[in-house]
Design a protein around this ligand. Structure first.
Ligand SMILES: [Zn+2]
Length: 484
């Protein structure tokens, strides 16, 4: 009962020594771990043997981890090339017998005990392997994240969203159990089943995607609302939503909880890495014992120092990973640093997620995230709109828009016609003014937009009207195919 023991020592932290060390000390310690890892990685990973050999000349010149006379620093990372999702996809293209993870696999197959899938919202998912050791460190880091978010041994957690093979599925459940909480797996059940079954089990906490949390908060089922579940702690993940005050307020009120925390991780790196403490002023990095996080300028790829208000793309290096290590993995998640000190005493930087790669849109060379559009729309018009938007794309791959981005919003019931007519125009202007992109807003009746449960998608692909010319819409065909 590690959790109980730790709680009796200090109930605030999962890993007190580490979480309260000066961040500079942690980065220096990480640099030493990295230097050690880089010496052996090429022997066990075909992928990184090639990547590091390609960079060998530069690395040799800088010689950070071969010159024993000086302590390594994380500056050594500047000589290491980036890894992207495409790098991993390519590495996993050929999977000969014994190598289900292709050239990224850095241990023999018999040591791998679990394979986790990345979210596959754009293109083929990539997979990552876990050895027993990897599983243990994932569990420890996830337990740290859940502890930071306020879960404790004795909590009974309703796990409401997440697919078992993904990071928020099985690995999250393992992390909660590692901490000493009891997990009720209800992800995949219908909202009706949830509301019916949960109260008798008396869950003290719930874990959900932000989108599904909002859906349960506002809709309820068969006359019962989320607040009737008696949940006292709500943890949300999977979408950058809780940093928007409107969304947070809706969950707080709809669930009748004041304890609401945001979390984030990434299957390609580690399931649980970021988590909000009781200060609720951004997510701490809770995986520093196993993962290096850097911030880079997404355009120039220069490293960005951790400073209040700094923005950049998160880049991760796993220096303690057996099966599928990554060096400088470009997450394409865009973060803003909300603080480098905290009242809780943790020293890791705090961030909020501005947007995730899969969601990025480009309107005439200006990058914008759907969450930023939602944020502007709800902040300016939240009194007359429901907190849901939908953006339409023509294809799943579409990133660029040359014409105004199609946007649907929901007017609240009771908003009169005169107001509705003006709204579309005002929303278009507000978005153009703040984000420098054009949208084409359409007002929908309250309750018409879908509330995604596992993806929380704000962007959907518009069903093709009739691609084959045979008179049946493509989306109906697909539905029929699934049923058949
Ligand atoms: Zn804190």
């Amino acid at each position: 009962m590690g959790g109980d023991l730790r709680m009796s020592i200090d109930s605030r932290y999962w890993d007190r020594d580490f979480e309260t060390q000066p961040w500079a000390w942690i980065e220096s310690w990480q640099a030493q771990q990295l230097a050690t890892m880089l010496e052996t990685l090429p022997q066990r990973s075909e992928l990184y043997r090639e990547i590091l050999a390609g960079a060998g000349r530069r690395i040799g010149l800088r010689g950070y981890w071969v010159s024993r006379g000086r302590l390594p620093t994380l500056d050594m990372l500047e000589t290491v090339p980036f890894t992207t999702k495409d790098t991993l996809r390519h590495a996993q293209q050929d999977t000969p017998p014994g190598r289900p993870l292709g050239s990224q696999q850095a241990v023999p197959q018999e040591y791998i005990v679990q394979i986790v899938s990345s979210a596959g919202t754009t293109g083929r998912p990539v997979f990552c392997g876990l050895t027993r050791h990897d599983q243990e460190i994932w569990n420890d880091a996830a337990a740290n994240a859940f502890w930071t978010a306020g879960l404790r041994p004795g909590d009974v957690v309703a796990h409401l969203a997440g697919q078992p093979p993904g990071a928020s599925g099985w690995p999250f459940a393992d992390g909660m159990r590692r901490l000493g909480a009891a997990v009720i797996w209800l992800a995949g059940g219908s909202p009706e089943q949830l509301i019916e079954r949960l109260p008798a089990l008396r869950p003290s906490a719930a874990m959900t995607t932000t989108a599904f949390g909002v859906q349960l908060a506002e809709q309820g089922v068969s006359g019962k609302r989320a607040a009737d579940l008696g949940v006292r702690k709500l943890l949300a993940f999977g979408e950058p939503g809780l940093s928007e005050p409107g969304v947070r307020r809706q969950i707080t009120e709809g669930w009748g909880v004041s304890h609401v925390r945001d979390m984030m991780g990434l299957a390609e790196v580690m399931a649980g890495m970021w988590s909000e403490c009781e200060d609720t002023s951004g997510m701490h990095f809770s995986a520093a014992r196993y993962v290096i996080v850097e911030l880079i300028d997404p355009e120039t790829a220069d490293r960005v120092p951790w400073a209040d208000g700094a923005r950049g793309e998160a880049v991760y290096t796993t220096f303690d990973r057996d099966a599928t290590p990554v060096l400088r993995y470009r997450s394409a998640d865009h973060l803003e640093v909300t603080g480098t000190r905290c009242s809780c005493g943790r020293t890791s930087p705090k961030v909020r997620c501005l947007g995730r790669a899969a969601d990025r849109l480009v309107y005439k060379a200006v990058t914008v995230f759907p969450t930023a559009i939602r944020s502007v729309v709800l902040r300016r018009f939240g009194d007359v709109l429901e907190p849901h938007i939908r953006i339409w794309k023509e294809t799943a791959e579409q990133v660029r828009f040359d014409r105004p981005i199609p946007l649907e919003v929901e007017a609240k019931n009771g908003v009169d016609n005169g107001r509705r007519q003006l709204l579309a125009e005002e929303i278009g202007e507000a978005v153009r003014e703040e984000l420098r992109v054009k949208v084409a807003p359409v007002l929908m009746p309250s309750g018409t937009l879908s509330r995604g449960r596992d993806t929380g998608a704000l962007v959907e692909v518009r069903p093709t009207a009739d691609p084959d010319g045979d008179g049946s819409p493509a989306d109906l065909k697909q539905t029929a195919g699934h049923r058949g």
